[in-house]
Design a binder for this molecule. Structure first.
Ligand code: PA5
Ligand code: NI
Length: 202
């Protein structure tokens, strides 16, 4: 049976397969590719990102496959999120990160492949870093900005799922960044204060 939403959107029952090696979703509706050259300003050392690009050329940092599920209360949107391994200086490749537009909406991340973490930060308070490895589920409560970080040497593949009406608010992260960064220190991930917090957009 089709479910007719108040705004006219219609959800059909369906299923998809996510390849557990590549992260590719079959029969997806939308494919987002984020190359490193579009992400220079998310790193705490953008000059190092420019140097990386000059030396190595552009590379795919992360990508997302998703189905077009209605963005309404009651539905659940999900995707396949693939963050590739790499570092800018000591800072690991990561997603842009966002708050949900509806701040009180939560999310889960189910890790399919790889080794990484989810960095979570409220507008104030301490940062939370949760590990991601195959089989692990991370719960992101409402009000927390969140991003995936790949601390391993293979693709970090996860299945995030969140309320249909959550929306994505990228602007405050684009302007201010997260208050913390995750870098490799003595061969291990370390959480440090972001030296560029509050002026990422400049
Ligand atoms: O909603 C989420 O948190 C995920 O589906 C992300 O959108 C996905 O991992 C891509 O990251 P970002 O939205 O930070 O570009
Ligand atoms: Ni989210």
């Amino acid at each position: 049976m089709q479910i007719k939403m108040e705004n006219g959107a219609v959800a059909f029952p369906f299923s998809v397969k996510i390849n557990s090696v590549t992260g590719k979703m079959d029969d997806y509706d939308t494919h987002i590719e984020r190359s490193l050259s579009t992400l220079v300003s998310i790193f705490s050392d953008p000059d190092a990102a420019e140097d990386f690009l000059e030396k190595n050329g552009d590379t795919l940092a992360y990508e997302v496959y998703e189905k077009n599920i209605p963005e309404v209360n009651g539905e659940i949107r999900f995707c396949s999120s693939i963050t590739y391994p790499g570092k800018i200086g000591n800072e690991y490749f990561m997603t842009k990160g966002h708050f949900h537009s509806r701040l009180d909406t939560a999310e889960i991340y189910y890790c399919i492949r790889g080794n990484g973490c989810i960095l979570m930060e409220k507008k104030d308070g301490n940062p939370i870093l949760e590990n991601m490895y195959p089989g692990r589920v991370v719960y992101v409560p409402g009000y927390y900005a969140h991003r995936s970080i790949n601390i391993g040497d293979e693709p970090l593949i996860s299945l995030p799922a969140y309320p249909g009406d959550a929306g994505h608010d990228y602007k405050s992260i684009e302007d201010n960044g997260f208050r913390h960064i995750v870098v490799e220190k003595n061969g291990k991930p370390a959480l440090l204060e972001n030296p560029r917090y509050g002026r990422m957009g400049k």
